[in-house]
Design a binder for this molecule. Structure first.
Ligand SMILES: Cc1ncc(C[n+]2csc(CCOP(=O)(O)OP(=O)(O)O)c2C)c(N)n1
Ligand SMILES: [Mg+2]
Length: 237
């Protein structure tokens, strides 16, 4: 368990001590992911790189939201628009369009999962109608990944209502609404597509195909205290 053995002797009001502690923790438990394949963390890190960390980012709710918070190193207040623990699937695209209206000179991007994008993707038509050049990235794992992760780890892999195995083609749907659209299936394809999207003066949808069993760590078991956060090493998976 990550936190329990480290928190014990910290002075609750000594901020320097806590910041040093956080640095120690980051050294001991760096965020890790498989660098060989296209993944949510890879997309977010590349996005950070090509936008110089200056984009305004909105998210929906799920694993993609956690990866965004973990891997995009936000520099300014109000640079991340997310519904946080309220968990409002479908929030991101409308927030993104609104943000772009507010800061038209900035690159404004919504990071959604495929489940969340299904909830309000019709708003791409709104962005096209008013020519609001937002970027919509869909981290498409073909599952309700956040719920699937729990079903995998705590519910014996009983995948109830979390597999989105329909024939949805987000590229065709986006093009049908008049947006420019790309599908990205490998790491190599990502960067040029991101650069084209940032240069484009029109709404863009990017469908990034990632694996259905990628997970977000660290996490906390149902009912457990935050001190019992664990990561993949604790599970030996
Ligand atoms: C309206 C609503 N329904 C259900 C949930 C529970 N929920 C939280 S995350 C999630 C999965 C989201 O799936 P997706 O958008 O594909 O994101 P992923 O976790 O795969 O990145 C669900 C169903 C919720 N937060 N809001
Ligand atoms: Mg998903």
């Amino acid at each position: 368990m990550i936190l329990r053995r480290l928190n014990a002797r910290l002075d609750p009001v000594n901020h320097d001590e806590w910041l040093a502690h956080i640095d120690r923790m980051k050294d001991m438990y760096p965020l890790r992911y498989d660098k060989d394949v296209l993944s949510g963390p890879y997309v977010i890190e590349k996005l950070y790189e090509v936008t110089d960390g200056d984009a305004v980012i909105s998210t929906d709710v799920g694993q993609h939201q956690m990866w965004t918070a973990q891997y995009y190193k936000f520099k300014q207040p109000r640079q991340l628009l997310t519904s946080g623990g309220l968990g409002t699937m479908g929030y991101g695209l409308g927030a993104c369009i609104g943000a772009k209206m507010g800061v038209p000179d900035k690159t404004v991007i919504n990071i959604a999962g495929d489940g969340c994008f299904r909830m309000n993707m019709n708003e791409i038509a709104t962005a096209v109608r008013y020519n609001i050049p937002i970027i919509q990235i869909v981290l498409n794992n073909h599952v309700l990944g956040m719920v699937r992760q729990w079903q995998t780890l705590f519910y014996g892999k009983r995948y109830s209502h979390t597999v989105l195995n329909d024939k949805m083609d987000f590229v065709k749907v986006a093009e049908g609404m008049g947006a420019r659209a790309y599908r990205v299936t490998s790491k190599e394809e990502l960067e040029p597509v991101l650069r084209e999207a940032i240069e484009a003066d029109e709404p863009v949808v990017i469908d990034c195909q990632i694996h259905c069993d990628d997970k977000v760590f660290p996490m906390v078991s149902p009912g457990a205290p935050i001190e019992d956060a664990f990561d993949a090493n604790d599970l030996k998976i």
